[in-house]
Design a protein around this ligand. Structure first.
Ligand code: ATP
Ligand code: MG
Length: 325
């Protein structure tokens, strides 16, 4: 992927209105060709609306504003966009009575492939998604993960340039989820750009090259998972003390942040837990150990904790802070 190749998915200043509700409100997004992009956000943030605009299930009307392009094609040209994309929606589209192979052949025929080509493509996709052995069993007997993989296979029949997945693993058990992740990686491996929405931050962390976090119809943070953790999370040191250590002993020794807010001390039956930012990583941890040693306070546990995408998500979507709107 070269930096001058046009983005596979591109939206600028999109506004999409339902009645007097702005589901998208100055939504801007750019997804490089060949990448896996995660769209995160709380319920009602506008993730599905964005996917629907990109996949032309929702059309832009005169009351809407901004532009959206998929594979270089304006979404206002719905037929041209549809020929270049695959969509896996929230609900399975496959027929329960038919087997996986028959489903793939049927969809391939509906999409205009000849009988021979349809069968060959079905076999290829069954192999790619580890469904060959199950291919002739009715889908009704498939696990959730197998159905989702079949949905993805159906969406890939015509080698789309861009694959959209709206919450592909919601409701799956951990095994089903990892199987679907593997299927998404497979799709990306063959060159398809992937845009997926998810409520699971671990999913975005494990799967996505870049992540956009949405709230109230717009993107409020964007970057690689590692970038976002660095910018919005930050390392922390967590320290636990024996039950006889008092809160004052702890707050006297440990560094408080600006306005004394950054150090948090909580009580539990196994003693006090102190948690504080560690801008210097292990350096901060060593400093803390020195201070504790000088005060003859021995912790029962001390750990440097790397931020998770959950920390980032909570920090950027928290409605209370002053910076965001
Ligand atoms: N067809 C519609 N008619 C009216 N309002 C809608 C419609 N679709 C979405 N909305 C509103 O637009 C906003 C964004 O909804 P959307 O479904 O895009 O959010 P989401 O991020 O996908 O949420 P979830 O995580 O719950 O799936 C919500 O306030 C929703 O109520
Ligand atoms: Mg949704």
């Amino acid at each position: 992927m070269s930096s001058d190749s046009p983005p596979a998915v591109h939206a600028e200043h999109l506004v999409k209105t339902y009645g007097d509700q702005r589901a998208l409100d100055d939504f801007t997004l750019s997804v490089p060709a060949g990448s896996i992009h995660g769209l995160l956000g709380p319920n009602g943030a506008g993730k599905t609306t964005a996917v629907h605009v990109f996949t032309t299930l929702t059309s832009l009307t005169g009351r809407d504003a901004g532009t959206a392009h998929v594979a270089g094609t304006d979404v206002r040209d719905a037929a041209a966009v549809r020929a270049r994309i695959g969509l896996v929606g929230q609900y399975a589209a496959v027929d329960e009575v038919l087997g996986g192979r028959e489903n793939l052949v049927m969809f391939a025929r509906l999409l205009g492939l000849r009988r021979h080509d349809a069968r060959r493509r079905a076999d290829e996709l069954l192999g790619q998604f580890s469904l060959t052995d199950a291919g002739d069993r009715p889908v009704a007997g498939y696990s959730g993960g197998m159905r989702r993989r079949l949905d993805i296979a159906v969406a890939l029949i015509r080698h789309p340039e861009v694959l959209f997945l709206d919450e592909p693993t919601t409701g799956l058990d951990p095994r089903g989820r990892t199987d679907v992740w593997e299927a998404v990686r497979q799709a990306a491996h063959t060159g398809t750009t992937v845009l997926l929405t998810t409520q699971y931050l671990e999913e975005a962390d494990r799967l996505a090259d870049r992540v956009s976090i949405m709230a109230s119809g717009r993107v409020i943070a964007e970057g690689t998972p590692a970038d976002l953790k660095r910018r919005h999370g930050g390392d922390r040191v967590d320290v636990t003390f024996a039950p006889d250590v008092t809160r004052t002993q702890v707050t006297d020794v440990l560094p408080a942040g600006p306005a004394g807010t950054a150090l948090s001390v909580t009580e539990s039956p196994d003693g006090l837990h102190a948690s504080m930012p560690a801008p210097g990583g292990t350096g901060t941890m060593v400093d803390i150990l020195r201070r504790l040693d000088a005060a003859a306070l021995t912790p029962t546990d001390i750990a440097l904790r790397r931020p998770t995408l959950d920390d980032v998500f909570l920090s950027v979507t928290d409605p209370s802070p002053k910076e965001n709107r």
